[in-house]
Design a protein around this ligand. Structure first.
Ligand code: GLA
Length: 388
């Protein structure tokens, strides 16, 4: 948990001003993986892990940036050309520049201190949470307004331009629009969000961090996206109405799959089937059907492993170990893949036993000590005074 009073005090001591404080959530995706950039459906929830940005205006156009715990201050001038930066600085600086360049926001400089309990680089969208919290700070400090959806789109643009990941819009929307006790069914074409109550009182969402992140994650992600785009251009010869894989039904796929070469055929099958599973999972939640939801999670993992090929040995082991525990209805990798976390639907009364079992067995099989987090669905982005 981030100690907000401590953050406020440190900021005041260092910069001589009382900061305003902004918060955005990490997220875990329950199901609907690699469907967002295919204009399909996703079902993430914001989690009770947040990034906080304490911020105050400056009279010049400089950003003076710190993260709590690191005794280093980075100064960026918004009047100078962009230079290579460490990732967390690039996210904040990128947000300032995108808000200015794409949304015409007239930004001044600011002092900022960042503190977060979203695990970094674990696939729980620590970068989206930072972009959104910093973006909100920039907007409020400069008395500017854009819609919350535009804020999410600006953060996505930062990922494209400053991190080189051609990601979809799921993480940023979840970080902004999260709702307590709800998952969000997001239509990534219309960007319509339908909150779905987590209607499974006897089950908990548990996230298991494999503690690995394979080098190829970024390049392989962009490669998968390109493969999906190639699938669309090939299928358009037979199905001229389609704009994205979202428009391809399972019947279409079965009818035309022979015209697709491998691995494009399997990539396509994953996206088409995952869109169906995601909508089915939202219905299963409504029906309080943990078993059906869990089955869809399991199928999703198999499809990501075999058809989309974005899993890895550690994620597969984590899922297999979890599935062998009695309290588990479903388990799958979550996020982009190639490391990071799994998400598990676990009977609430068996969470401690699950934690112990998975911790020990994964360690025995891989030599790595995992991190295991019980997470609750939480609200999205806000300015701290608005809630307290
Ligand atoms: C990453 C991206 C998202 C999404 C997932 C895969 O988290 O940032 O846009 O594509 O991978 O579902």
């Amino acid at each position: 948990m981030v100690d907000l009073e401590n953050l406020r005090q440190i900021f005041t001591d260092l910069y001589g001003q009382t900061p305003r404080m902004f918060s955005a959530a990490g997220r875990v995706n329950l199901i609907g993986e690699h469907t967002d950039y295919n204009e399909g459906f996703v079902l993430p929830m914001a989690i009770d892990r947040h990034t906080f940005v304490a911020a105050a205006r400056r009279s010049d156009r400089k950003l003076r940036l710190r993260t709590l715990g690191l005794d280093e201050e980075i100064v960026v001038s918004l009047d100078e050309e962009r230079a290579p930066r460490q990732p967390w600085v690039a996210y904040v600086e990128g947000m300032a520049r995108v808000l200015h360049d794409d949304y015409g926001v007239q930004l001044g400089g600011s002092d900022m201190i960042i503190s977060s309990d979203v695990p970094m680089g674990a696939g729980l969208s620590s970068s989206a949470a930072l972009e959104i919290a910093a973006g909100m700070a920039f907007l409020r400090l400069s008395n500017s307004k854009i819609t919350s959806t535009q804020l999410a789109l600006a953060a996505q643009r930062v990922e494209h331009l400053y991190a080189g990941t051609k990601c979809g819009i799921m993480d940023q929307l979840a970080s902004v629009f999260g709702q307590k006790d709800h998952a969000l069914l997001i239509d990534c074409r219309s960007l319509e969000i339908t909150p779905i109550k987590l209607n499974l009182p006897h089950h908990a969402i548990v996230v298991c961090n494999t503690k690995v992140k394979h080098e190829l994650a970024n390049s392989a992600y962009n490669e998968r996206r390109a493969e999906c785009e190639l699938a669309v251009s090939m299928l358009r010869e037979k199905l001229p109405h389609i704009l994205a894989l979202r428009d391809v039904t399972m019947t279409d796929f079965e009818q035309h799959k022979d015209s697709l070469p491998e691995p494009i055929r399997r990539r396509c099958r994953h996206v088409v089937s995952e869109n169906g599973r995601t909508q089915g999972a939202a219905l299963a939640l409504d029906d309080r059907n943990a078993e059906a939801f869990g089955n869809l999670m399991r199928q999703s993992h198999g499809s990501l492993r075999d058809d989309f090929e974005v899993s890895c040995a550690e994620l597969d082991t984590m899922v297999e170990v979890a599935m062998s525990h009695d309290g588990v209805s479903g388990a799958r990798m979550t996020g982009g893949g190639f490391g990071g976390c799994t998400v598990n639907l676990v009977r609430r009364d068996l969470v401690d036993s699950f934690r112990e079992f998975v911790g020990d067995t994964y360690k025995r099989e891989t030599g790595i000590t995992p991190e295991i987090y019980l997470v609750e669905a939480d609200g999205g982005a806000y300015e701290v005074c608005e809630r307290s």
